[in-house]
Design a protein around this ligand. Sequence first.
Ligand code: ZN
Length: 237
Amino acid sequence: MTISNESALVLFSGGQDSTTCLAWALSRYQRVETIGFDYGQRHAIELEQRPVLLKKIRGFSSDWDNKLGEDHMIDLSLISQLSHTAMTEDIEIVMQENGLPNTFVPGRNLMFMMVAATLAYRRGANVLVGGMCETDFSGYPDCRDDTMKALQVALNLGMATRLKLETPLMWINKAQTWQLAEQLGGANLVDLIRADTHTCYLGQRGELHPWGHGCGTCPACALRANGYSEYVAEKTA
Ligand code: ZN
């Protein structure tokens, strides 16, 4: 793979998708930094896994260790002041009248990208990498490709920059996300993602299932578990 001279800022939450995106960026760019957001998530486990993952990712190769630069944690607790959702409050996950689950935090990904772009401006990064995906999710409108493309234009117009928004998972499903991790870092990266990333909406770690830790029944666990079984089935087919 050709290594680009560009430097990237990866939106890194400590979940499966953003960890795969981080490996993707490390295999492509000369320099990679990470940004994470604390927005009053119901469960801070995902955030607690970030430094664990970063340390282990550094251990993968001296190349990745050399490329991986600063990690930036940003306080976005204002999100929980602005909206009431099942991501930030202890309420049941339900489908709303507008067809979106109440785990949808309106404007969250838009704000994440805007804040990341502002930091990228200061850090001299010209690529933002995010795990947004149109294929598998609950139809979150801020994960759509058109939303990201429009945002790229708006950010560049508003800041007089030439930032690129890269979303390597946009058109692949969860099984293919596991496959991508395997291509980027082999079985070791798959194992790291399995054991150390966190996805569960309920914040449960519990036992280590074949697909990782979690309650096993919330929408995020179900998606992750199904994707993993499909990935394993395709591997052994
Ligand atoms: Zn769960």
